[in-house]
Design a binder for this molecule. Structure first.
Ligand code: S3P
Length: 438
């Protein structure tokens, strides 16, 4: 286990390109593996998780070239995965395990999916339930991995998502793409829509209806029996990785940060509004679109005007849209003028760790006042925190969130298990050192 010492900073200055988006990298890797032809991907995530997806695609018969310039070439299996010689190792990645289950369930082989100790604890019945309705044969171990899938032809279903989860949506759409008939999926809270954009990019078709607009029930209908074609693409920078630096910029009056090649998909960009509400000033300098994904350059600093003193409430659909950013927002909440209340976030308890409990443990270690609830946290603002020993719980987002809080603490902070950052953002501590003025 490695430890990083974080010293307090007085500002955050400079420009940064964050690694390619983790969610999009997973989807491109999996669809490229299934497609016909060679997909070329630039700015693929450097995080360990999407590389677990790539390795699984290799085990399933795709050819993967990792070029010295960082580009990735994936030659797909043209619709027919092969029997893997060994279990598919999903590492720490819930996205790999859940989405891959939908992708492979109709292929005529037996698959075993395994993961590390954290992934082995995470609930998998959420993908098993819709997939068995489609006729899939899936065995879990007590609701968890290891998962065994006995591949069999699937039939279309009409499925209403019981929890907002893009991973579950993706598992159903990937299965539906290869099933017999038209699969419909209704979600009442719109989750990240990278799968939809990626499917269109790889040549798939589906229809989508909105009942009353964004954040109202929407139904996707995808016909089965579709074939995919390889693409050339650049993965936009990961806004969930950028979140750490956007939050850090809020902590100092004279911060000035420019982020380029940043993914700004509207289903992921709620954070930008939250940063603005908490006193940040965000300028969009450029914006472009690639394969349906918005990508741009933004500048962030802190607005001179005093922001509101009413606690900022994150609940309902906003909680779902900010799910990966909640740990860092909670970690900087004591330094905001208004404080933050997080509700409806029980899903955080079944992420790579129980993120509510671990945020609470680490805030407590730094001397913060707050209330922990079953579904969230209430954290008053205007607090002074002291440096402490932080337990990452081997969770990448906890390690990085508290490295950001440490910038405004008095005294040094040590992050135990700092190597976890490499799951999504191996360059995090180097970038932080380069941007933090001491
Ligand atoms: C992801 C969806 C979210 C998110 C995870 C990545 C995805 O999980 O927390 O980091 O790429 O679809 P859920 O689907 O469990 O909400």
């Amino acid at each position: 286990m490695s430890t990083q010492i974080i010293r307090p900073a007085r500002s955050l200055q400079g420009s940064l390109t964050v690694p390619g988006d983790k969610s999009i990298s997973h989807r491109y890797a999996m669809l490229a593996g299934l497609a016909e032809g060679t997909t070329r991907l630039a700015n693929f995530s450097t995080g360990a998780d999407p590389h677990s997806s790539l390795a699984c695609m290799e085990s399933l018969g795709a050819r993967v070239l990792r070029n010295p310039d960082g580009t990735i070439e994936i030659t797909g299996v043209a619709g027919s995965f092969r029997q893997p010689a060994a279990p598919l190792d999903c590492g720490n990645s819930g996205s790999t395990m859940r989405m891959l289950s939908g992708l492979i369930a109709s292929h005529p082989h037996t698959f075993t999916l395994i993961g590390d100790p954290s992934l082995t604890l995470r609930p998998m019945d959420r993908i098993r339930n819709p997939l068995i309705q489609m006729g899939a044969k899936i065995d879990l171990t007590d609701g968890h991995a290891p998962i065994t899938i006995h591949g069999t032809p699937l039939r279309a279903i009409d499925f209403t998502a019981p929890i907002p989860s893009a991973q579950v949506k993706t598992a159903v759409l990937f299965a539906g793409l290869q099933a017999d008939g038209v699969t419909s999926l209704t979600e009442s809270i719109l989750t990240r829509d990278h799968t939809e954009h990626a499917l269109l990019a790889f040549g798939a078709t589906f229809t989508r209806t909105f009942a009353h607009g964004l954040n109202q029930p929407a139904t996707l209908s995808i016909p089965g029996g579709q074939r995919l074609k390889a693409i050339d693409a650049t993965v936009p920078g990961d806004i969930s990785s950028a979140a750490f630096f956007l939050c850090a910029a809020l902590l100092f009056p004279d911060s000035n940060l420019v982020l380029d090649s940043l993914g700004m998909n509207p289903t992921r960009a709620a954070l930008l509004d939250v940063i603005a509400a908490l006193g940040g000033r965000i300028k969009i300098l450029t914006v472009d679109e690639r394969h349906g994904e918005l990508i741009g350059t933004i500048q962030v600093n802190r607005a001179p005007a005093a922001p509101s003193t009413t606690p900022f409430l994150i609940s309902g659909p906003l909680t779902a849209q900010l799910i990966d950013e909640l740990p860092v927002l909670a970690a900087i909440a004591p330094f905001t003028s208004c404080g933050i209340i997080i509700r409806d976030a029980q899903e955080l308890r079944v992420k790579e760790s129980d993120r509510i409990a671990l945020v609470a443990k680490n805030l407590r270690a730094m001397g913060a006042r707050f209330t922990e609830n079953p579904d969230g946290l209430e954290i008053p603002g205007n607090q002074t925190l002291h440096g402490a020993s932080i337990d990452s719980g081997t969770d990448h987002r906890i390690a990085m969130a508290f490295a950001i809080a440490a910038l405004r603490a008095t005294g040094n902070t040590e992050i135990l298990g700092a190597e976890a950052a490499a799951i999504s953002f191996p360059e995090f501590f180097t970038s932080l050192d380069a941007l933090a003025l001491r």
